[in-house]
Design a protein around this ligand. Structure first.
Ligand SMILES: [Zn+2]
Ligand SMILES: [Zn+2]
Length: 210
């Protein structure tokens, strides 16, 4: 009996794994002009997310629509979840909702063919495609083989969506630069003590003007 149960549990977990694998590595053949919708949870491990990049609380909910147009796959959708960030003022960890939209395109990676390439179709092709301006807002990724790799793209989009200066709250008072006390928890003693410090000078100036 014990053995049976172990087998069933292993089967269940590998089935779940496979689903996530498909979510992050959809087959090109499954993506048609009509589109393919993918949705599911993705963990930080599956995205190979470094803790220095972002820390997640729980998995991300990912919902993506993929549509193929002449070899280019357009990917749109939303990513939601919860991040744990460190406040730049008080250095405390706090949770912040993540919600951003994705709008990228995957193009087939063009590998330089070995040896000389013969282009003898009799006429010159306009060079437009080659120096196509990067006017598109979409971020361009590349695929090779028979499936897309969505994990690196999601990881990058997640990092791009993160705030440069996370704040636990707009009015966070931060730490006292002298004693390090978290001023959100109340004032420290520093203000009373040092004579001639920059704050003392400012206070004197202020008093003069009053
Ligand atoms: Zn703070
Ligand atoms: Zn202080």
């Amino acid at each position: 009996m014990k053995g049976n149960r172990a087998v069933i549990m292993r089967w269940v977990s590998s089935a779940t794994l496979e689903m996530t694998m498909d979510l992050l590595t959809p087959k090109i053949a499954d993506i048609t002009g009509e589109g393919l919708s993918l949705s599911g949870d993705v963990t930080a491990e599956e995205l190979e997310l470094d803790e220095a990049d972002a820390v997640l609380r729980g998995p991300l909910a990912v919902g993506l629509d993929l549509r193929a147009v002449e070899g280019t796959v357009c990917v749109t959708g939303v990513v939601e979840g919860t991040a744990v960030r460190e406040c730049v003022r008080c250095l405390k960890d706090f949770e912040e909702p993540i919600a951003f939209s994705v709008r990228v395109a995957y193009e087939r990676e063009v590998k330089a063919a070995p040896g000389p390439v013969r282009r003898d179709d009799g006429r010159k092709k306009p060079a437009v495609a080659e120096d196509a301006p990067e006017e598109l807002n979409d971020d361009i990724y590349h695929y090779a083989g028979d499936h897309l790799e969505l994990a690196p793209m999601l990881r990058e989009q997640l990092i791009l969506a993160a705030p440069m200066h996370p704040l636990c709250k707009d009015e966070c008072l931060g730490l006292c630069p002298h004693c390090g006390k978290d001023l959100n928890e109340g004032p420290c003693q520093c203000a009373d003590e040092p004579a001639g410090g920059p704050f003392q000078v400012l206070r004197k100036l202020k008093q003069k003007h009053e």
